[in-house]
Design a protein around this ligand. Structure first.
Ligand SMILES: NC(=O)C1=CN([C@@H]2O[C@H](COP(=O)(O)OP(=O)(O)OC[C@H]3O[C@@H](n4cnc5c(N)ncnc54)[C@H](O)[C@@H]3O)[C@@H](O)[C@H]2O)C=CC1
Ligand SMILES: O=C(O)C1=N[C@H](C(=O)O)C[C@H](O)C1
Length: 277
């Protein structure tokens, strides 16, 4: 068992990592075990997963953590002050109910949530803090603010397009980040994304509608995550870009959020709250 896992510092908040074997789950387990702020008390995977019963640390190539991967979310969350969840929408909803019951902080990175999912999360947040963001990196959350400012400064004659690229395994589009950026651009124009969003283009789409916001998604290889916000005017373009090259940026944001949430009351928060942006 790693020194940081031993019970020498019982005051550290206990954290459950959901989606333990996922790209983000593995990164999170490694960072919790390496860094000092949180204590790993649970690692969740879906029932039937190969890792169930095996040591979470050993599974991710770290020293033994003394924490077996489990599908028993109720027991795991009962011991936790925080749950970090990068899974899938239905799993996130189930976890929100349990996390609310345990009055633990729920940090949600899962994307692809629809209006029904969001309504259920709002209800869960009446009982405990939920910190949710489509992207937990500092860079993207700064870019969100820049996008809002640039959109506010430019008139409707500047067309706004968000282009994103991700690895071949990603299941949702546009990405959660692209939607955050699109929402910020719409806010800059005094509207909501629902008002301005253009449906995905294919076939004879007609000319671009003035003031609309369009999205394009590229999927391939092992791209971690790339986002461009393009402001296209007559004779010139502005491109705001974020390139992620290491998933640790998302994981570090999530760990910071779990700690930040420890003294917060029930409610919905995002990374701008955590980062003080
Ligand atoms: N907000 C952010 O900064 C980021 C968000 N994401 C999002 O996080 C999510 C996960 O991304 P990845 O790790 O790349 O996906 P992944 O597919 O590698 O991992 C998801 C894991 O969740 C597990 N899972 C599914 N249902 C479960 C359940 N009921 N209980 C426990 N575990 C369950 C799966 O078995 C899998 O291991 C996606 O929605 C992705 O878009 C990813 C990176 C950054
Ligand atoms: O699925 C991913 O990988 C990522 N998902 C998030 C998103 O949907 O924007 C964040 C990041 O881009 C990686």
């Amino acid at each position: 068992m790693s020194d940081l896992q031993s019970s020498d510092m019982p005051q550290r908040p206990g954290v459950v990592i959901a989606g333990a074997s996922g790209r983000m789950g593995q990164m999170l387990i490694r960072l919790v075990l390496e860094e000092g702020g949180l204590r790993l008390v649970g690692a969740l995977e879906r029932p039937g997963h190969l890792w169930i019963g095996r040591d979470a640390g050993a599974c991710v190539g770290a020293p033994e953590a003394g924490v077996p991967v489990t599908d028993d979310a109720v027991t795991a969350i009962a011991q936790a002050q925080a749950v970090i969840d990068f899974t899938a929408p239905e799993a996130t909803l189930a976890l929100a109910e349990l996390t609310a019951q345990a009055r633990a902080v729920h940090v949600i990175g899962t994307t692809g949530l629809d209006e029904t999912h969001l309504a259920a999360l709002k209800a869960a947040a009446r009982h405990a803090p939920i910190i949710r963001a489509g992207n937990m990196s500092l860079g993207v959350n700064l870019l969100v603010g820049l996008t809002r400012r640039v959109a506010a400064a430019l008139g409707e004659d500047w067309d706004i397009e968000v282009v994103e690229a991700h690895h071949r395994h990603k299941v949702d589009a546009p990405s959660g980040t692209a939607l955050m950026l699109g929402e910020a651009a719409a806010e800059g124009r005094g509207a909501t994304l629902a008002d301005l969003r253009t449906p995905a283009r294919e076939g004879i789409t007609g000319a671009r509608q003035a003031g609309s916001i369009g999205f394009s998604a590229i999927r391939g290889g092992d791209v971690v995550g790339e986002h461009d916000v393009i402001f296209a005017g007559a004779g010139e373009r502005i491109v705001l870009r974020h390139l992620a090259t290491d998933r640790a940026i998302f994981a570090r944001g999530a760990l910071r959020a779990a700690l930040w949430g420890q003294d917060k009351g029930p409610g919905e928060y995002d990374m701008a709250d955590v980062l003080g942006l």
